[in-house]
Design a protein around this ligand. Structure first.
Ligand code: ADP
Ligand code: ZN
Ligand code: ZN
Length: 820
């Protein structure tokens, strides 16, 4: 008998053993998806991790229901990579599987079942509900558990179905229903034979009195090149609409008249207009030198850091490296942070690499993810995959180079749910499994990376001049407390910032205003009794959103209308305090620069992929002159016309109570500053703060990375934080605060018996309750020389022991390794 170890998408540490029916024994291998029953309730799509002959003891082993693949959906060394992630970040293999494989490849309740017509209930084992379902299925070809639930009103249909399958009353009716649907596009063809100009004349007659239809007909003839070719070539409906402004209704009317035929056709998502390779940009001497140094460094280092200031041409250097690796027949993974992956960069790369560029966008639909996955499985063609964090999970073959752009970005770290991995670090491991090199790029390298690069673990290449010698922007600090006393503030704006923006607008240049709070105002408060609205699920105040006229929680989405009266003292005395991007926009639009075209970019205005692109597009085409936004505007965008950047309140960024606050503040300010003055003139950056003497600010003014690094490294050494130690945060969550207090104290004491002073806490984090769950945090600070795998083994064991108190079972416990 053969058995399979199957990975299920669950937070349980082990794999699960299933019997392989004889009929499947020959066709099943590692990396195949299988449908399996689990518990009494459910089916899962699992992945075969191992096949063996050892019969498990102590329980009855269930059988695999069906095999969903005829080939592995994983490529070596993917499984090994999953195992590394699971071990390193202390989560289950199932959680890695869940994150790694697109939902469309893990079908569950969509699975079709059919009645077995030969079934006879000889021992009367069928329960009443089972009989009902059997009868229902007998009248149909096939149904999903979801369909059955709808038709019968039964709950837990999967469980009933599973039991019926075991009785062989029903079976899985086909291999699988793929959620995945290929992308189709509608095409238009003229209903005329080759060269039949007479027919075309009749069509013109038919649309004579309908101007828009006439325009559409003309546009079609033009696009299809009827005049030159005399043939009714196919034209995509979108192209036709774009050319003639015809709507779907107009085209439908024309198809009803017999002029056009409209039909659907599957298209290749990856087809792009240009497949021919364009010339690479000629590198400047110092860029060429940097490229040579990288090449040299790769000979002795697996990982190399390119420390290049903003606008120094890092991206140009990447294209040379990519080109080289593609020519050697290998693949490239080009990681970008969540938001920077814009049309700007991809268009630039697409011009060079054509359809060998695959994009894995954070806003891609699941279908598109499945597409890329399947395409990478099918052909091992040399390709460059540009993608966000989760693209490290794609089935690469022959990876030759990994580029991590803006390697310092916190969005490379996944915080929730598990796996809580850092894609930069994971990519380094992935690259080494493939025998590939990794290039990290940043203008503001993370402290850990710069430490590694200056102590010889990584190679280091510097590119500290902007392309064409454009100067770094001039940074001015505005003390908002002083300015307010001197009456030089208007709301959140200093007059200095207003003046600079006005100048820029006069010169037809652009400005970016940065504020890292979205919504209208972060605080609403009663003047009389100091009441302030709090979320009922989380330990946070609600943010006021003016356009929606509601108060909402940025942690759980809970919202309520803004009351007219203070609910506590019944007075109409609620006041709005502080500035979010919506309020900044309001001020700019109504008070400061009426008539000037502005745009706001934050989470609220970029819910869809296209809205984000529209904002970027109109700003880079200079249709908008002022861009107001949160973090999103700091990331790798390249706008030629920007000469002024304003930071409304740097305090928000500096005052964050954790060991990375300086690092985050420096990176953020230096990156926003980097948006200014990219071409032709030195840009200006104005930073407003109440803490002008904060040490970090000085380094930003001087664009002094090295100085900042030395300062920060000393702080880290003094307080024993990374890179001088390694941190694992342990989180415990529970609905009941008392239980949680007791359990977290007990758990931390158990840890203290082993790790002693290395254990800190439990503490309530800054936000101590989210979505009705109270939170405690325990920090484990280990020496860098400690064996982390041993530490993690101990953590697992201690957790197992802690379960001897039954209350611990209801506490959610998870780990955040190398938190950011
Ligand atoms: P970074 O990635 O370091 O911010 P980029 O590669 O985006 O820098 O370069 C900044 C700008 O300068 C881009 O518009 C780019 O096209 C231009 N640029 C950089 N190097 C060259 C070069 N060698 N020739 C022409 N333009 C260049
Ligand atoms: Zn909430
Ligand atoms: Zn009140």
């Amino acid at each position: 008998m053969k058995y399979a170890e199957v990975i299920l998408p669950l937070p349980l540490y082990s794999t699960f053993t299933y019997k392989v029916p004889d009929t499947m024994a020959d066709s099943l291998s590692i990396g195949f998806r299988v449908l399996v029953p689990f518990g009494r309730k459910k089916f899962y799509t699992g992945i075969v991790e191992m096949l063996h002959n050892r019969q498990p003891e102590g329980y009855e082993v269930k059988e695999i229901i069906s095999v969903l693949d005829s080939n592995s959906i994983l490529r070596h060394p993917q499984l090994k990579f999953w195992q590394w992630i699971s071990e390193y970040y202390l989560c289950s293999l199932g959680e890695v599987y869940k994150a790694a494989v697109p939902a469309g490849m893990k079908v569950e309740s969509e699975t079709y079942v059919s009645a077995n017509p030969d079934f006879i209930d000889s021992d009367h084992s069928m329960k009443e509900r089972e009989t009902v379902i059997y009868d229902l299925l007998s009248t149909r070809d096939k149904l999903t558990p979801a369909d059955i639930a709808k038709a019968t009103g039964y709950k837990n249909v999967e469980a009933i179905v599973a039991s019926m399958i075991e009785k062989e009353a029903i079976f899985i009716s086909e291999k699988i229903v793929d959620n995945y649907r290929p992308k189709t596009e509608i095409f238009v063809k003229l209903n005329a034979e080759k060269g039949d100009n007479e027919k075309v004349g009749q069509f013109f007659e038919a649309v004579k009195s309908a101007k828009k239809q006439e325009a559409a007909l003309l546009a079609y003839l033009d696009l299809s090149k009827w005049m030159q070719r005399g043939e009714a070539a196919e034209v995509s409906r979108e192209a036709l609409k774009e050319r003639s402004e015809a709507s779907n209704t107009i085209l439908k009317a024309m198809s009803d008249k017999g002029i056009f035929t409209l039909y659907k056709k599957e298209i290749n998502r990856f087809a792009s207009n240009s497949s021919s390779q364009k010339e690479l940009t000629q590198l400047s001497d110092i860029q060429q030198k940097a490229l040579n140094e990288i090449t040299e460094s790769f000979k002795t280092h697996g990982v190399t850091l390119l420390h290049g200031v903003t606008s120094s041409g890092k991206t140009e250097i990447y294209t040379y490296l990519i080109d080289r690796v593609l020519k050697a027949g290998r693949q490239v993974l080009y990681l970008v942070p969540e938001i920077a992956l814009t049309t700007q960069l991809t268009q630039r790369l697409q011009r060079i690499f054509g359809d060998r560029l695959l994009i894995y966008h954070s806003k891609f639909s699941d279908n598109e993810r499945v597409d890329i996955w399947k395409r990478l499985l099918q052909d091992g063609e040399p390709a460059v995959i540009i993608g966000v964090r989760s693209s490290v999970f794609l089935p690469f073959s022959q990876l030759g180079l990994v580029i991590v752009d803006e390697e310092h970005e916190t969005s490379y770290k996944q915080f929730d749910p598990a796996p809580r991995y850092n894609a930069r670090n994971a990519a380094i491991v992935l690259a080494s499994m493939h025998g590939a090199k990794t290039l990290l790029g940043s203008a503001t390298p993370s402290i850990e990376t710069y430490f590694n690069a200056t102590t010889g673990k990584f190679g280091l290449v510097k590119l500290l001049q902007r392309h064409e010698g454009i100067q770094m922007p001039e940074v001015t600090i505005i003390d908002t407390l002083k300015a307010r006393k001197k009456r030089e503030m208007r709301g959140a704006f200093s007059t200095a910032l207003i003046d600079e923006c006005a100048e820029a607008i006069k010169r037809d240049e652009q400005a970016i205003i940065f504020q890292n709070r979205r919504g209208f105002a972060p605080i609403v408060r009663c003047k009389e009794c100091a009441w302030t609205p709090k979320c009922e699920n989380c330990d946070v105040t609600l943010t006021y959103h003016k356009r929606l006229n509601e108060l909402s929680c940025h942690y759980c989405g809970h919202s309520m209308p803004l009351p007219d009266f203070c609910p506590a003292c019944r007075q109409p005395t609620l006041e709005i305090i502080g500035y979010g991007t919506e309020r900044i926009e309001d001020t700019v639009e109504k008070e400061l620069f009426p008539g000037v075209k502005i745009a706001r970019m934050d989470l609220d205005t970029t819910r869809s992929k296209s809205s984000y692109e529209k904002i970027i597009d109109s700003f880079s085409n200079r249709r908008t002159q002022i861009l107001i936004g949160t973090q999103m505007v700091t990331k790798g965008l390249d706008f030629e016309g920007v000469s002024v950047v304003g930071i409304i309140n740097a305090d928000n960024v500096i005052n964050f109570p954790d060991f990375r606050s300086n690092e985050r503040a420096f990176n953020m300010m230096e990156q926003v500053a980097g948006r200014a003055g990219r071409k032709h003139r030195q840009g200006k950056v104005l930073i407003q703060t109440t803490m002008p003497d904060h040490p970090i600010i000085k380094y930003v003014v001087d664009h002094d990375y090295e100085g900042y690094y030395a300062y920060e490294l000393e702080q880290r050494q003094r307080t024993n934080y990374p890179p001088f130690s390694r941190i694992i945060n342990i989180y415990l969550k529970h609905r009941d605060d008392n239980t949680l207090t007791e359990m977290s104290v007990r758990f931390s004491n158990m840890l203290r018996q082993i790790f002693g002073k290395r254990v800190l806490g439990p503490e309530s984090p800054l936000i101590a309750r989210i979505q009705q769950l109270y939170i405690r945090q325990i920090m484990l600070k280990m020496e860098t020389t400690a064996s982390m795998s041993a530490v993690k083994q101990i953590l697992r064991n201690v957790y197992e022991q802690s379960l001897s108190d039954a209350r611990m079972k209801s506490v959610i416990v998870y780990y955040d390794v190398d938190p950011m």
